[in-house]
Design a protein around this ligand. Sequence first.
Ligand code: PLP
Length: 405
Amino acid sequence: MNTDALLHSFSFPSKAEKDFIQLVSAKDCTLVDVNGKKYLDALASLWLCQIGHGNEVVINAIKKQLDLLQTYNIFDPFTNGPAAEAAEKIRSLSPHPDGRVFLGCSGSEAIDTVIKFARLFQQRRGENDRQIIVRRSSGYHGVNIGGTSVQGIEGNRVGWGDLLPHVIEIPNDDIEPAARLFAEHGDKIAAVISEPVQGAGGVIPPPDGYLDGLRRLCTDNGALLIFDEVISGFGRTGEWFAAQTYKVTPDLITFAKGVTSGYLPLSGVIISRELADELENDDYGKLMHGYTYSGHPTAAAAALANISVIESRGLLQEAHRIGEKMEAGLKALAGDGMIKSYRGIGGIWACELGWSGLEASHAMVDKGVVCRGIGEALAFCPPLIITDSEIGTIFDRLDEVLREH
Ligand code: PLP
């Protein structure tokens, strides 16, 4: 289009609108651009479209809700059926089936909310000095001021002036420095925030015992454990939540993306029953937090329909199938010396190339497969409906790109 109005995310602001790939439609795992070129979406947009594009069940649920109550806030005294039902459904699938669910729009909103909640609980417990949030290197938690402060990707943190105080980083691959940090500052730590599988930082599954280690350190020291499941939630690792995959139960869970497969923006925070009991003490007054679009009925209707599709199409099981296929393909490439290494679980994988991931992802996009370059890695996170033959296409194109390099 002949306009320069739109400022794109994570892009050079001088790049012309006409130089972006203009998408016009999508169905299942296929994207179509304005020139009619087709792409295989091996990234599910941005790690989110579990059910694939153009699903009629979700589209129809959205249309139906639009005819009833498109939008309304849930500030006291209002509520709506889809929001209450979505919260009920989400908690029932989570490790906290009797907890409470706060709703927002974006992952970044969920992160800022969970940081506030973690500190609120500590303040209410009288632990006024417990303000430290521990972040992990390579962690990504969105771009609001809280998420910018607690993410372990330095490039995203610089240039904005002062961020949140009381944030300390631990290495993402070794629990010992975390233990030392707790030994030194245990009484000042409000919470540890961690993606169970780090996504945007390079698709990094946790080292054996790492998440258990964080759980133990938090429990022993009165700190809260937050899992950021914005990517890993809703089937990505083969269970509803990666907390279930790794059998480690955090106190608070953030989610977004896969909860609606991105058909409409929705995010949230799941709170354990223990914490909910603390929250439900009215002596503290109202919860002074909430967004205009918290509990948005149409987004909630999209979530309910999306979750029903994940259930009816058995997409948790499909994530295991995808995992087996991706692992086998990457193993073969590593065996042939074409990639240096690979890692992943379920429907999220990356391979280390030893050269620019960005260059490789551009070459893949040219060949019609969308994936993501991160450092010297190439990341894949396809819709959980991707077929074996489409996975074959990913590897055919990857093979070409690796040979042509
Ligand atoms: N947390 C994680 C783990 C993410 O991967 C992301 C986005 O990729 C976010 C938070 C932020 O979500 P959003 O971009 O919807 O604000």
